[in-house]
Design a protein around this ligand. Structure first.
Ligand code: DC
Length: 235
């Protein structure tokens, strides 16, 4: 089985930047599982299906083809043969993705797709349930957290850079609402996995986070030459 590093945590904690940098440094595949939930949300939006109508959701899922490709620097997500990497990043898709992510039928299909990606090679996979549900046997599990104010500032800046300016207060409210939903859902709620190393990056930059995770990876006994004790490692 390929070596897997999972990075879970709330929205805008910096998971994507850390996971992409890490995948690039390790030569691993980068798996953005949120992009898959976002692609399903986009399909629901396009088809006008309501997340409150289980039959419509099942129909929508049955005819949906999803895939991830590209590099950590240029990841792509494919929906029914179309590259939707840009379209999935709007606030409306963020909101819809958090709603459909609570549906067991959606999670079942996407977990299956994610597990199959392990056959492609070693992975850095980020999301909400990678360490708890998708890859409970992952070699390294990280839970990346940051306080709400820090996360809201980061997300507002990111949206602005994409040409979607949203007031900071609104970004903060939307993040809080989505996180509450992600943490409180019955199926695969967001929480640190058993054995996860919890990293609070409120006052850390990306280099600091990546250095910390690299230290944990290189200390793992399955890493070539690894096995040295990693100070501060949990679990
Ligand atoms: O990481 P993100 O913001 O792109 O994720 C979009 C939504 O998908 C988010 O509200 C939670 C959900 N999600 C999930 O439930 N499980 C995952 N493994 C990844 C994302």
């Amino acid at each position: 089985m390929s070596f897997v590093v999972t990075i879970d945590g709330p929205s805008a904690a910096g998971k994507s930047t850390a996971a992409r940098t890490l995948a690039s440094r390790l030569g691993f595949l980068y798996v953005d599982t949120g992009a898959l939930y976002r692609a399903v949300a986009l399909k629901m939006q396009w088809s006008g299906a309501s997340p409150d109508d289980p039959a419509a959701v099942e129909r929508c899922l049955a005819g949906t083809a999803l895939d991830l490709s590209g590099s950590p620097e240029q990841p792509h997500v494919w929906l029914d043969g179309a590259d939707v990497s840009g379209e999935i990043r709007t606030p409306a898709v963020s909101e819809m993705s958090s709603r459909i992510a609570a549906l067991p039928a959606v999670r079942r299909k996407l977990v299956e797709i994610q597990r199959a990606l392990r056959a492609r090679g070693p992975l850095v996979a980020e999301g909400r349930d990678l360490g708890t549900v998708v890859f409970p046997d992952a070699e390294v599990k990280i839970f990346l957290d940051a306080d709400l104010a820090t996360r809201a500032r980061r997300r507002a800046r990111e949206l602005e850079q994409r040409g979607i300016p949203v007031p900071l207060e609104q970004v903060s409210e939307e993040l809080e609402r989505r996180d509450r939903r992600d943490r409180s859902r019955a199926d695969s709620p967001l929480r640190p996995a058993d054995g996860a190393v919890v990293v609070d990056c409120s006052t850390m930059d990306v280099d600091g986070v990546v250095a910390e995770v690299l230290r944990v990876v290189r200390a793992h006994h399955a890493w070539p030459g690894g096995g040295a004790p990693a100070a501060g490692r949990g679990g």
